[in-house]
Design a protein around this ligand. Structure first.
Ligand code: DON
Length: 578
């Protein structure tokens, strides 16, 4: 269904604010939050309805997410955020990615590659709390303590265990036998808590209270820092923690069919790859090729393959390695890539049969507010429960982000990504990420916020949700739910979700693709501002326990679509009635 037809249908079907992770997009008059952690959606919604801006809502939702899905988010992890500030018209990005501690020795990891995946040697110096604090310092409008209160309530009163939560903890529970503090808090005697069980995290509530009082350095200096050093046997020290800094960075920018793309720069690979791929794809009429068609999948999959080969070669922490961002995102380079595509076969072949894991150590939070601000924030502890270490007495789960480094040229990480010196381990350096928080502008206004969890699959997920919206004009929920595919150069496999038809698979095989199955690819969280109706639309991805919640301040007026923008503009300009 076309977006406009769909919107008319929905507007005359719903009469009240809606909160759901259902087949229809959620709507909101005064803002929208969409996130892969459903209990965090109403938290962001409440902040927007109290008059908080998109940054306030994203911060509150981030803290709430760390409590509600402790396996996919956490104070012991890191994050990226892309922000559009409507007042100044500026966009920026914040890098609160973990860093390698001073003790990180590349040789040690070459000799002991398994230690980088879990346990104390997998832990990077966390950046999340400092990052949220820095976001608040620059853009926040509500008092910091108020943004943390909902998370404290969730930790103290408990969160009911959902189906997704139960499935995740069931999968990881056997590994937790070696991690007693995580096992104590997150399982019931080593077994995943049953559905509806109320998970209370009192230690985490105490840590959140300290953050409420002390701000950004609460984990980095003082008793918690000491406990982190003890829990990692000195691998991450108090000095590492005290020295950590989040960094504001100039976003990667591109344009696609009249939209302005604002994406995360290195140490994320997401923004560069996304713009690189969009530069190639905009020379084709994708809509004419047909969504889900073999030709489309071949073209986009081959483009992904070329872009991911560049990821392995060129991308890493820009403070340690010269990343050719301008070249990779230039139209001249896109010309070269397009020339290497082959409509009848492969652009490049590399043999490998390893399958990337399904995982979920990452959380996406997308917020648009009534002022025109936008935040897309992706936070991660990397894989489920990160390093698996919970710092005793704090409830803080430590990340295993060091696995995002390349130990050497041939050893793939958990996402099967390979890399070169660009992403080699060095003390203080940030591991390369695939997280792709994204804001899209049209005529200077933020019209879309988007992002996803799921490692390297994030980049392909964001690309497809974007194409589905812009090229195929799908309504937001359909754009997010449509079946997806993924290619990351190595392994040389085109991964497909189950819904693709046998004829399409056979056609792709005839073009030389080795096909692989993935039960799910990413979990896109898309928020849209529709300038024709002046409404916000939220599309949570049903592949995970996602949720969206629209903000509605005051009564929703009974007016026609034509009158609506005018009425809404007036009422938004007026004082907020609470
Ligand atoms: O930064 C990265 O690219 C990875 N640490 C993200 C891992 C991830 O998305 C896990 N799951 N959902």
């Amino acid at each position: 269904m076309k977006l406009k037809t769909f919107i008319v249908f929905v507007l005359f079907t719903f009469h009240a604010p809606v909160f759901a992770a259902a087949a229809d997009p959620v709507w909101g008059r005064d803002g929208m939050i969409v996130t892969s952690v459903s209990p965090a959606a109403p938290v962001g919604q409440a902040i927007l309805e109290k008059g908080g801006n998109a940054v306030d809502a994203a911060i509150a939702a981030s803290f709430a997410a760390s409590v509600a899905h402790p396996f996919s988010s956490g104070l012991g992890g890191g994050m990226f955020a892309v922000v559009h500030d409507a007042d100044s018209g500026q966009t920026t990005s914040l890098d609160a990615r973990e860093t390698a501690p001073r003790s990180a020795d590349p040789e040690f990891y070459r000799d002991n590659p398994d230690t980088i995946r879990k346990g104390k040697h997998s832990v990077g110096v966390p950046g999340l709390v400092q990052g949220l604090w820095d976001l608040h310092q620059r853009y926040g409008s509500m008092p910091w303590p108020e943004l943390i209160e909902p998370a404290i309530e969730l930790a103290e009163n408990g969160v009911p265990v959902s189906t997704w939560h139960h499935r995740i903890v069931s999968a990881v529970a056997p590994v937790l036998v070696d991690f007693p503090e995580t096992r104590r808090i997150q399982t019931v005697d080593g077994i995943a808590p049953p559905l509806g069980w109320i998970l209370k995290q009192q230690d985490l509530a105490g840590t959140l209270r300290l953050i409420q009082e002390k701000g950004g350095k609460a984990l980095a200096v003082g008793p918690i820092a000491k406990k982190i050093e003890e829990a990692t046997d000195g691998v991450v020290t108090e000095l590492d923690l005290a020295r950590y800094e989040a960094k504001w960075r100039e976003p990667v920018k591109g344009s696609y069919r009249g939209y302005e793309i604002i994406a995360m720069p290195p140490p994320s690979s997401g923004g560069v790859l996304l713009v690189e791929m969009l530069n190639v794809l905009q020379r084709y009429d994708l809509a004419a090729m047909g969504r889900g068609s073999g030709d489309l999948i071949h073209l986009v999959g081959s483009t992904m393959k070329l872009a991911f080969a560049d990821r392995a070669r060129h991308l890493g922490d820009p403070d340690y390695h010269d990343v050719p961002i301008e070249t990779l995102t230039s139209m001249e380079y896109a010309d070269q890539l397009a020339a290497r595509l082959n409509p009848e076969g492969q652009p490049q072949v590399v043999e490998s049969l390893i399958t990337p894991p399904d995982d979920s150590g990452t959380t996406q939070i997308t917020v648009l507010d009534r002022h025109g601000n936008a935040v897309s924030l992706t936070q991660t502890i990397n894989t489920l429960f990160g390093s698996k270490i919970t710092v005793p007495g704090t409830g803080v789960v430590l990340n295993n982000e060091l696995d995002d480094f390349s130990i050497d040229k041939t050893t793939p990480n958990l996402w099967d990504a390979v890399g070169t010196d660009a992403n080699a381990i060095e003390p203080g350096k940030r591991p390369l990420s695939s997280m792709t928080p994204l804001v899209v502008l049209k005529d200077g206004r933020a019209v879309m916020g988007l992002g996803s969890p799921m490692g390297t699959l994030i980049i392909s997920t964001v690309l497809q949700a974007l194409i589905n919206t812009i090229d195929f004009d799908l309504d937001p929920q359909s754009a997010v739910m449509a079946p997806r595919f993924h290619h990351q150069w190595q392994p040389d496999t085109l991964y497909l979700e189950p819904e693709f038809a046998p004829e399409v698979r056979a056609y792709l095989e005839s073009l030389g693709h080795t096909l692989g199955d993935r039960s799910m690819i990413g979990a896109a969280q898309l928020a849209i501002y529709d300038s024709e109706t002046c409404y916000f639309w939220g599309a949570p991805d049903g592949r995970r326990d996602s949720g969206a919640a629209g903000a509605n301040i005051g009564p929703v007026e009974a007016v026609t679509l034509e009158q609506r923008c005018q009425v809404l503009d007036q009422s938004r300009a007026a004082e907020i009635p609470r």
